[in-house]
Unconditional design. Structure first.
Length: 355
């Protein structure tokens, strides 16, 4: 078994307990956390915490961040994560745009590239573009040997375990192409593939303030949802959970590229195309209400370029629909332009922290 993953020598990360400690260091941020607090929050003995933190410091993943006053005895040493100990690439492969970025271990974006792209050109030209952009990104910003891997997020349906797209809505030629395997070979890095909405939901779920259950509803070139229940993404065995855009809401409605009729996505995008933000928000609200009723989630988060172009209009419209149905789940706009690409990087980083 390899003991070095992209430059981070990780025998200290092999145990569940070490991952727990490392995640608490991540959440604590620059202010850090003491060994005593780590022991209290993990349930580990102080001796076990001392051994784990010593290994993390040896591996360059943790460092001292000063001292904190104690209720008795000498001041407590505070430890923090070293974000520059490792990096991850995040790729958002949208239908008309390619975003690549590099984050450190804390998920902070340190470099970003964006360019127009046509997913319909096919896997060969598109993966050529991804390869070129990632190589340029790494040449510009990544310390040699410090990159853990690349996370790639694209429209579904797809199989996240096999790393293979299905019949991507509007682009069926992608079905069965070994995207993960091919990019791993091209880049010489481990690659993780997932749906765009799942990646964004994962990144949002790892924020310290994240609710235990929520739906991330993304309206951009398509409409979908990433679901988080009990603090963990809900993908389904076939990565089929969260296909919000392909709920049938109008029997015998207009045809959709998925093969159905009257899908939420085709109705919502039609409203967007004619400039009817209020109408699109009501349609989005109907889909969000279905999720709240079905899953009893704590919160609805809205994102995607269409929502971010008129955030108050969409948030108000979705809130109005939910309130009219007596549903109390709060509605907020996620607000991050690159939530999907950042979430794609977290596809690589999350396992480091046991998430």
């Amino acid at each position: 078994m390899k003991t070095d993953l992209g430059g981070v020598n990780v025998p200290a990360l092999r145990s569940h307990n070490a991952a727990l400690v490392l995640d608490l260091l991540r959440v604590a941020g620059e202010t850090g956390i003491s060994r005593l607090e780590l022991a209290e929050r993990t349930g580990l003995t102080p001796q076990a915490v001392s051994k784990i933190t010593a290994r993390l410091r040896t591996e360059g993943l943790a460092t001292e961040a000063g001292h904190r006053a104690s209720t008795g005895g000498k001041p407590r040493t505070v430890l923090r994560l070293v974000p520059s100990a490792g990096y991850a690439v995040g790729v958002h492969l949208d239908r008309d745009e390619l975003t690549t970025l590099l984050t450190d271990l804390a998920g902070t974006v340190v470099a970003l590239r964006r360019r127009a792209l046509d997913l319909g050109e096919g896997a060969g030209p598109v993966l050529d573009a991804v390869t070129g952009e990632v190589r340029e990104l790494l040449a510009e910003a990544a310390p040699p040997g410090a990159v853990l891997g690349a996370g790639v997020a694209m429209p579904g349906p797809l199989d996240h375990r096999a790393g293979v797209p299905g019949r991507v809505t509007g682009f069926p030629a992608w079905e069965g192409h070994p995207v993960r395997e091919e990019l791993a070979g091209r880049l010489g890095l481990p690659v993780v593939l997932d749906k765009d909405t799942n990646a964004a939901a994962l990144g949002l779920a790892l924020r310290p303030s994240a609710p235990d259950s929520f739906a991330y509803v993304h309206l951009g070139t398509g409409l979908g949802a990433g679901l988080v229940l009990g603090g963990a993404p809900l993908r389904g065995d076939r990565t089929g959970a969260g296909e919000l855009g392909h709920q049938t809401v109008q029997l015998d409605g207009p045809p959709c590229d998925c093969g159905g009729r009257g899908c939420l996505e085709v109705l919502c995008l039609a409203a967007v195309a004619r400039g009817d933000t209020a109408g699109a928000a009501r349609i989005l609200g109907a889909g969000a209400a279905n999720l709240v009723r079905l899953l009893d989630i704590d919160q609805v988060l809205l994102g995607g370029r269409v929502v971010l172009a008129a955030p108050e209009g969409y948030a108000a419209g979705v809130r109005e629909v939910l309130a009219g149905l007596g549903l109390t789940a709060p509605v907020e706009v996620a607000g991050e332009r690159d939530a999907v690409a950042v979430g794609a990087a977290w596809l690589v980083l999350a396992p480091v922290f046991g998430a």
